[in-house]
Design a protein around this ligand. Structure first.
Ligand code: AMP
Ligand code: ZN
Length: 467
């Protein structure tokens, strides 16, 4: 028994997490449609998934995480037609931007980022299995899933076929279908659209089949965790279950975890509403990406969060407190003076780690886990105000912080080099060069680069900037 509890959307309750294979978690998370820059709402989902994978690792699991890249889809095709280029020209740009954003937000890389366009044969195989079982029908060259054939439809979202109104617009894939809940697996070729020549005819896959095919290829037909934002529950994830279990007859996923939306003025942030900010928009307003990360990871993933500038400023202030505390400990490590050991501080540190784990075990309760960290920072600062502490103790606290940060991912080492320290090193490098000690000069430059400081040799001397 793991002692970790997750709220499972399928059962509507918290359940103790038990992995299928001991000590190994296989998880799938729905990734971006790479037709434009992702917005911060999307990153709420990716940050929640990042904290989830980091926490599973913190608790000793090996994690195999797959996130798909949707690189063929209506919006991509429309953009490629508008710009008179291929779908690959469109997706290349936004894929690169996506990975840059992941790095800015310190989102760990998943083990696999499969692209839909690389997995069309797997999708065809899956559709063929469904055809063999009589779960599909064809109309004008397109192939549809006949939802009435899957008796468990609605298990995840509660949307049973008979309760979904005929003609209701529930799916972006608007093709002719017999029942409202039926959905398209294969779209017949339309003039001017990217298509594949296949055994199913000319066309391209529907969106839902992508995730089933890629998840089962890389994680097996039955895996532990599947995540996404709450809008993915229906129809996307409901349809994934229908396709995957319909084809294999096996259970597809054990735990379904969904984050609530990031809102703007109480409404879901989305491209179509036009109420969105990209990461770049917020960075251009002067917000540090780590303050943005902190804003999101310190909220509970199952609470809707309203994005406001005040909220981001408050997050920046809280994040700075962690950074200041971290900096204070680093300074102690560099000081020559040796201080005392405080038993209280040991006790506070142990308690902080315990509470952090307790709260994260309880369905990733980050607000409480983060509160435990701030309680500790407050008490530790008080103790340190009373007089210097021993270096070994500062070191132990830094290790505890580093453990916690392996989950929160908000501490950036390179922020800690002070302006005066940079000036001192630049001066030292200058002296070294004057004395023709080039190896030493280069080593100083490398050290600065490592800490995110970029040097520029100009006619007026050396200029520097932070990366
Ligand atoms: P999309 O590119 O729209 O398929 O979304 C990619 C991921 O972001 C999915 O997991 C969505 O559920 C999630 N998502 C989209 N908008 C939001 C939002 N405002 N808040 C949280 N997650 C979102
Ligand atoms: Zn998906």
């Amino acid at each position: 028994m793991s002692g970790i509890y997750f709220y499972n959307t399928e059962t509507n309750r918290k359940e103790e997490f038990v992995s299928i294979e001991p000590d190994h978690v296989r998880m799938y998370t729905c990734g971006p449609t790479v037709y434009d820059f992702a917005h911060i709402g999307n990153y709420r989902a990716y940050l929640f998934e990042d904290v989830l994978r980091r926490y599973l690792k913190y608790r000793g699991y090996k994690v195999t995480h797959v996130m798909n890249l949707t690189d063929v889809e209506d919006k991509i095709i429309r953009k490629s037609q508008e710009q008179n280029c291929t779908i690959f020209d469109v997706t290349k740009t936004y894929e690169a931007a996506f990975f840059e954003d992941l790095d800015s937000l310190c989102i760990e890389r998943a083990e696999h980022y499969p692209k839909a366009t690389d997995h069309v044969p797997e999708m065809i195989d899956l559709i063929k299995k469904l055809q063999e079982k009589g779960m599909t029908y064809e109309k004008d060259g397109s192939i549809y899933y006949r939802v009435n054939m899957f008796k468990d439809y609605g298990r995840l979202s509660g949307n049973r076929p008979e309760t979904v109104q005929a003609g209701a617009r529930i799916d972006a894939d608007e093709y002719e279908k017999e029942e409202a809940t039926d959905f398209v697996l294969w779209k017949s070729r339309k003039e001017g659209e990217h298509f594949w020549q296949t055994e199913l005819g000319e066309g391209r896959p529907g969106w839902h089949i992508e995730c089933s095919a890629m998840a089962m290829k890389l994680l097996g037909s039955h895996f532990d965790i599947h995540c996404g934002g709450e809008d993915n529950i229906f129809p996307h994830h409901e349809n994934e279950i229908a396709q995957s279990e319909g084809a294999t007859g096996e259970r597809y996923v054990n735990y379904w975890l969904h984050c609530r939306h990031l809102l703007v003025d109480g409404e879901k942030m989305s491209k179509s509403k036009g109420n969105f900010y990209t990461l770049r928009d917020l960075m251009n307003k002067g917000f540090h990406p780590m303050a943005i990360r902190f804003f999101i990871v310190a909220s509970h993933y199952r609470t809707p969060v309203n994005l406001t500038m005040e909220g981001l400023h408050a997050a920046h202030a809280s994040w700075s407190r962690i950074m200041d505390f971290h900096g204070r400990l680093k300074e102690i490590m560099q000081n020559d003076a040796e201080g005392r050991r405080s038993d209280n501080l040991d006790e506070e540190r142990t308690q902080c780690l315990q509470r952090f784990k307790e709260h994260m075990d309880d369905d990733l309760d980050a607000p409480r886990a983060v509160a435990a960290v701030f309680d500790f920072i407050r008490e530790a600062n008080k103790i340190m105000d009373e007089g210097p502490i021993a270096k070994i103790q500062a070191q132990e606290i830094l290790e505890a912080l580093s453990q916690i940060d392996s989950v929160l991912g908000v501490i950036v080492e390179e922020e800690f080099i002070l302006d005066e320290e940079i000036e001192r090193l630049i001066q030292e490098r200058h002296e070294a060069r004057k004395n023709k000690e080039f190896a030493k000069a280069d080593a100083i430059r490398d050290q600065l680069t490592e800490q995110g400081i970029i040097l520029e040799d100009t006619r007026d001397g050396v200029r520097w900037k932070r990366r």
